[in-house]
Design a protein around this ligand. Sequence first.
Ligand code: BG6
Length: 479
Amino acid sequence: MSFTADRLLLFGATGDLAQRMLLPSLAALHADGLLAGNLRIIGTARTEMDDHGFRQFARAALEKFLPADRRGGMADFLNRLSYQALDATSLDGYAALATKVGEPQHGLAIFLSTAPSLFEPTIKGLQSAGLTGENVRMCLEKPLGTNLASSCEINDAVAGAFPESRIFRIDHYLGKETVQNLLALRFANLMFEPLWNAAHIDHVQINVAETVGLESRVAYYDDSGALRDMVQNHMLQLLALVAMEPPGHFDSTAVRDEKVKVLRSLRKVSSGETVTGQYRAGAIGGQAVPGYDEELGKDSATETFVAIKAHVDNWRWKGVPFYLRTGKRLPKRVTEIVIQFRCVPHSIFAGKGATMQPNRLVIGIQPEENITLSLMAKVPGLDREGIRLRQVPLDIAMADAFSGATRRIAYERLLLDLVEGDQTLFVRRDEVEAQWEWIDAIRAQWDADGQEPKTYTAGSWGPSAAIALTERDGVTWHE
Ligand code: BG6
């Protein structure tokens, strides 16, 4: 049923995500007049607090995490907020929560930003209080399980109360403007699509490098590792967007149908096609940083780095490797997709001494949003000693091309879509399950091979084996 929610209920309202992302995103939407006047936001968490206390808490979060120039109308925004303390594991408090939420005019959107262990009891509690009716949507934040089985358990529990059409699974990468722009680049331009296949593309790289370490997420991260934390969700979503067939429409069914086909076409990786690493003390940007084991305070076999040679087994991508690489404590923060085209079939300049390099398209997702296409050009001159060709970049900096546009937090887009009920940028159950199936097989392979993470120095590009993974195919990581 299509409705714009006029109540938003945030579970985990005092948590890290709420402070850093959710409250700032909602406040920014409010400042831009994008939230309906009647939208009320109810926060809930275990901490005892009254409405006033929650507004103070939210104000502090906004002052810390939202730039001053996006905080317009803060007092009015805070007036939208109210709060109800709740022990999500006990049914007792849900009736009071329902009273606090009140009777929405149109509908309620619920955002669960809590530990997955609370999902099931929360759903039961919501059911007991009549908060799962037809005018209620459920939004889930990762991690959605640690493997296929636990993810199915969560999905089953949610499906017991909500149909898929009212379940919104977040992958915040889909809320990033540049990630959506990938679809515009591919499907709003004629020139790429005829070349976007194995006949013309040599390989694809997806790099998500981070400089941060464990941050304050010791317990979560050590149970997760880079493969589950980054590859299972964000990187596979990027891969799906790069590799999918053109959908018939830009809508939630057509786009997700195409993505899931790609995810289901991922070939099970073989031994030797993945490299894992864990950082040791080093330096980033001239700053000394401790090793993972030191941050954790104990030895661990969790990978903070992973590189994978993936394959999409379908007609379009036959024989084209997709190299994925992500890690913590790498030299710089950068997310980019590299499309490496093949060489021209025949060089007419070979007899004149010119060397050629194949074209390359680099799509920068963050921190810089840019698209760079490297082209071959003739070096100016009279060519008495032969023709010289050189690669030159055709560079589009999105920030300059759209200089007046507001750079939004990914959650702004996603929260607005949730309130308005558009699922296109949310992950469907079959996608999540295809993702886990592939990831579980990698972990099983690691167990079978006894593969342990190799150490790498913080501030380097990971273990040397990751370089060897591509070099043996004659490919160099783009850095
Ligand atoms: C999260 C991961 O999903 O994404 C974090 O749990 C990671 O470990 C973060 O740091 C990266 O997000 P972004 O938007 O900063 O690239």
